[in-house]
Design a binder for this molecule. Structure first.
Ligand code: RIB
Ligand code: CA
Length: 322
């Protein structure tokens, strides 16, 4: 892990927007420590076309010119699997953003990821908060990205807690377990933040109410998107707030000190129907495999939520009354 550079860290954010993906996009735009090269999109929480539209609409809301680059629509082998019950029919909960005035890039996410990593002047961090289909195919497209990428931060997996999609599997890994297998066995410098950690980082109505004191489309978007998400988490998990998984992963790109890590071998089940997508950390090194991830074991959610709220207040204020 290289030390924190003084110049902005160049990142590509791979998403399936998705309510928490949208919050990660806003956090990236609101954080001067980051140079957001592109938002790439794959199918996941909602179908690809809807996810692309959502990413465009969120970036348009904050007048960002960051390119949105469509990627692969379907998992490598498994059938498509979306999450309307979690993110709503549009993928953004109860939020209804205007039709975006900006267009998606004509590029392809796999090519964008490869080109960014292979040609950027400064090392690029890839933040992957979606099924890993685009990332897996980027490895096949250009295997040398494994050596050149600065870090790949993956939100995914459920190791020592029940899954959020099956009793064993977390959504991003479950949707495309074969892509997750390729990524885990690629040699990429992976930092993995699992559902074990992010499920506990709860964005509550109290935070929403604080943001609503700012008269801004950003505040109203966050309130409308998360109202659906908070209801889902209460009804499905009994949580008093929504798990903002993806912004946690994004924050590690510029605040790695928020977490403590264990270097360990993690694998994923791709054979059994019942345990498909289950991620396993070999903490006792029974399998004698070389460690392949830096696994987040603790996360300072108080410090993260303070950072997130500071950045969302700043962003809402910059677009107040517009
Ligand atoms: O399991 C949570 C993850 O799956 C998040 O990235 C959420 O957006 C969905 O993609
Ligand atoms: Ca996501």
């Amino acid at each position: 892990m290289t030390t924190q550079p003084s110049q902005p860290i160049r990142i590509v954010l791979d998403t399936d927007p998705g309510i928490d993906d949208a919050l990660a996009i806003l956090l990236a735009v609101a954080s001067p420590e980051l140079d957001l090269a592109a938002v790439t999109v794959t199918g996941g929480n909602c179908p690809l076309a809807q996810g692309v539209r959502n990413a465009l609409a969120v970036l348009d809301m904050v007048r960002s010119d960051v390119p949105v680059v469509p990627g692969v629509a379907l998992p490598l082998i498994r059938p498509p699997f979306t999450a309307e019950e979690t993110h709503g029919d549009t993928g953004l909960g109860n939020a209804h953003l205007p039709e975006p005035s900006i267009q998606a890039s004509q590029d392809h996410a796999v090519d964008l990821i490869v080109r960014e990593i292979m040609t950027a002047e400064t090392p690029v961090t890839l933040v992957a908060v979606a099924p890993l289909t685009n990332v897996a195919l980027a490895i096949r497209r250009e295997p040398r990205i494994v050596e050149r990428v600065r870090e790949v931060i993956v939100m995914g997996g459920a190791l020592d807690v029940p899954g959020n999609t099956t009793p064993l599997a977390e959504f991003n890994v479950y949707v495309d377990p074969h892509a997750a297998y390729m990524v885990l066995h690629s040699g990429l410098p992976i930092t993995l933040i699992p559902w074990d950690i992010t499920s506990k980082v709860l964005f509550t109505q109290e935070y929403v109410d604080q943001l609503l004191r700012i008269d801004s489309p950003v505040s109203r978007f966050i309130a409308d998107a998360t109202s659906f998400y908070i209801d889902f988490h209460l009804n499905y998990f009994g949580y008093a707030g929504c798990s903002i998984n993806d912004p946690c992963a994004l924050a590690l790109a510029f605040r790695p000190e928020l977490a403590e890590y264990e270097t360990v071998f993690v694998d994923v089940e791709i054979e059994s129907a019942k345990s498909m997508g289950k991620t396993i950390a070999d903490t006792l090194n029974v399998w004698k495999q070389s460690p392949n991830v830096r696994l987040v074991r603790t996360f300072d959610q108080t410090a993260f939520l303070a950072l997130f709220m500071e950045r969302m207040r700043d962003l809402a204020g910059r677009h107040a009354n517009s």
